[in-house]
Design a protein around this ligand. Structure first.
Ligand code: 13P
Length: 288
């Protein structure tokens, strides 16, 4: 199946009380690992680029072509959504132009009225081209690729107002944090999630999916979360497997050419794939 937008996938997910994972890519290996995990589990998936990762890779158009061409060369048949993660206004517009299937406009750092107005504009531009839109209410704590949030809890009224713009999914701050969770983290705020889910029927998004205990993820999904974003866990898995390969001295094995990047990066790539498959299991994404 070709790339698709997120609407059908996430509406079904909210109704069916399961989630679909959204995994950040950084390069070819990441892209192959994420798509491979989706194909092996026969589940839909969302592959996303932050603004920083897209800049690192050479721009949004290149990222889109990388994903499109990898889908083709790997013979991927499951539905894949190509999504912009935490885009500012300019990035969201550029990705709509370039042809992503889905964009997040993250206006959390703007006054609410401006976030609302800009979200409306992005929805209009995106929907005219059949592209899905995610908006953010409250903020996600910590920093991801230069996007920092204080972790304010989403207000129920603001969530209702943003949902009324027609966004296709809504990210809510409910105590979630990007990156590694601190020792003294208080956990997800389920009361606030329940309040929002009672008022907003739009599929809800949980950012900062790495490091949240499985029971909390499962509970959040049962309360209305339909999309879970994961980035750091794949990075940690890649780094650990690569370190083990190097610490075992494989990169210095001249006879086996263990320094060849295709060999050096293979364990890390496999570790990303296993991480993605494990999270797909946690999220309860049903096989097609
Ligand atoms: P983590 O890096 O904490 O998994 O968060 C990913 C994310 O929310 C991307 O938007």
């Amino acid at each position: 199946m070709a790339l698709v937008n997120g609407n059908e996938i996430f509406n079904k997910a909210r109704e069916g009380k399961y989630a679909v994972g959204a995994f950040n890519t950084n390069n070819l290996e990441w892209t192959r690992a994420i798509l491979g995990a989706a194909q092996e589990t026969n589940t839909p998936i969302l592959i996303q680029t932050s603004m920083g990762a897209a800049k690192y890779m050479g721009g949004y158009e290149l990222c889109l072509h990388l994903v499109q061409d990898t889908i083709k060369s790997m013979g991927i048949t499951v539905p894949v959504v190509m999504h912009l993660d935490h885009g500012n206004y300019e990035a969201a517009k550029e990705c709509i132009e370039v042809g992503y299937n889905s964009v997040m406009f993250d206006g959390h750092d703007l006054p609410f009225d401006e976030n609302l107005e800009k979200t409306k504009e992005i929805v209009k531009l995106a929907h005219a081209k059949g592209i899905s839109v995610e908006a953010e209410v409250g903020s996600i704590g910590g920093t991801e690729d230069g996007i920092t949030g204080a972790g304010e809890l989403a207000s129920v009224d603001e969530a209702k107002t943003l949902a009324a713009t027609g966004v296709d999914y809504l990210a809510c701050g409910i105590g979630n944090i990007h990156g590694v969770y601190p020792e003294n983290w208080q956990g997800l705020n389920f009361d606030r999630l329940e309040e929002i889910a009672a008022e907003v029927k739009t599929p809800l998004v949980l950012h900062g999916g790495s490091g949240i205990p499985k029971e909390q993820i499962v509970k959040a999904i049962s309360l209305g979360i339909s999309k879970v974003n994961v980035n750091t866990e794949c990075q940690l898995a890649f780094a650990k497997a690569t370190r083990e390969y190097i610490e075992a001295g494989h990169d210095e094995d001249v006879d086996a050419k263990g320094y060849d990047p295709r060999k050096l990066m293979a364990p890390g790539t496999e570790a990303i794939k296993e991480t993605v498959k494990s999270r797909i299991g946690w999220f309860g994404t049903p096989s097609l």
